[in-house]
Design a protein around this ligand. Structure first.
Ligand code: ZN
Length: 367
């Protein structure tokens, strides 16, 4: 009988559960069974897989990534720099005010709606609660209005914290067990998942894009490779998220098995899946070990550029013909978003001028 590889409980119809190779929350489609029990799966879902989603919520939200049989990707809050106010970044990249009701002063409130009908409804429900106030009615709200001091919050392009790296270790294990189903080649599984130093390692790497397709609004991929080397006695996995974030995951440093290289790639927008034909060897990733933190950081700036450009453009296209009432990336407040503006930003993004922006930070860590 199969056992949960984390807690060793026998897997039955009741205790067995479906495990996604990469978390479903960031758009991975394929699930496998017979690896974790329901309880362990739920525990990881709430902890390390949730950390994974939080870390990649920005690309997942803007790209509105593909998820089967599930709720939409939740929006994310962009907080004001000066107060606790926020606006919503919704799936697909559109931006919405947090509330259609804005308090201007003690007795003046401003209500926003897209149509007269919606506005009447809003006004009626509002005056039921507050009868002694003056209401400014704003119809056909074209601006993405926000209070004067709004700015978008800085979006961090983090590669992840230790929980994210643990979730990646789990993904690599699950992928390995799906392909090979020889648990003893992954040593000390529960210890690795608990983050105890058990010979396993995961860290971000600087490497060329694994899925060779250029990043566009229709092609952004999650890709996972599993590489075993008899000569180097290593079993490792390379995971690439959103065609941009790459990680090296060491599963066994004393691997007694045969050479192998298998891959799986999935379009996070369409859900289309396939196996890549390119094969890698452990040696292909060896150069990365000698890079300094500065070199890694610079490499990361370069790697994120195409994805950053795509996400910026998706957001800007949603804002076409609207006036920006807050600063978005490099565009000043009050700018009307025209196609010309979008093209200008598009061209400017090919240069390195925004390299020193604060959202380009690399959070290097390993477990
Ligand atoms: Zn279990």
């Amino acid at each position: 009988m199969q056992k949960c590889i984390n807690c060793n409980i026998n897997l039955s119809n009741i205790t067995n559960s479906e495990e996604h190779i990469l978390p479903h929350s960031i758009g991975w489609k394929t699930a496998v069974t017979g690896i974790f029990c329901k309880e362990c799966n739920e525990k990881f879902g709430k902890s390390i897989d949730h950390a994974m989603f939080e870390n990649f919520r920005f690309p997942a939200t803007v790209l509105n990534v593909y998820r089967e049989n599930d709720r939409n990707i939740p929006g994310m809050r962009l907080y004001s720099k000066t107060s606790s106010d926020y606006i919503w970044l919704l799936p697909g990249g559109s931006i919405k005010r947090a509330s259609p009701i804005q308090k201007i002063s003690d007795n003046i409130w401003r209500l926003y709606a897209e149509t007269k009908e919606q506005l009447n409804k809003l006004v009626n429900s509002f005056i039921k609660k507050k009868s002694d106030v003056k209401i400014e009615e704003i119809e056909n709200d074209q601006s993405i209005l926000a209070p004067e001091d709004y700015h978008t919050t800085e979006i961090k392009w983090f590669t992840g914290n230790s929980d994210v790296l643990k979730s990646l270790i789990k993904s690599a294990m699950v992928f390995y067990l799906q392909k090979e189903n020889i648990p003893q080649f992954i040593e000390k599984i529960p210890a690795l998942l608990a983050g105890i130093n058990a010979g396993g390692k995961a860290y971000p790497i600087v490497f060329k894009q694994l899925n060779p397709e250029p990043i566009t609004a229709h092609s952004v991929y999650h890709t996972i490779y599993l590489i075993g080397s008899l000569q180097n006695k290593m079993l490792a996995s390379i995971i690439e998220l959103f065609s941009t974030y790459r990680y090296f995951i060491l599963l066994n440093n004393n691997y007694p098995g045969l050479d192998l290289c298998v891959s799986h790639s999935q379009n996070c927008i369409t859900g289309q899946e396939y196996t890549l034909t390119k094969t890698y060897r452990i040696e292909d990733f060896r150069n990365d070990v000698n890079l300094s933190i500065e070199e890694r950081s610079m490499g990361f700036q370069k790697e994120i550029r195409p994805l950053k450009k795509l996400l910026n453009n998706i957001i800007l296209n949603k804002l076409l013909n609207k006036k920006l009432d807050f600063e978005l990336f490099d565009i000043p407040k009050g700018t009307e978003i025209t196609q010309e503006i979008i093209d200008k930003i598009d061209a400017a993004q090919d240069f390195t001028r925004s390299e020193n922006r604060s959202f380009d930070t690399l959070n290097r860590g390993s477990v």
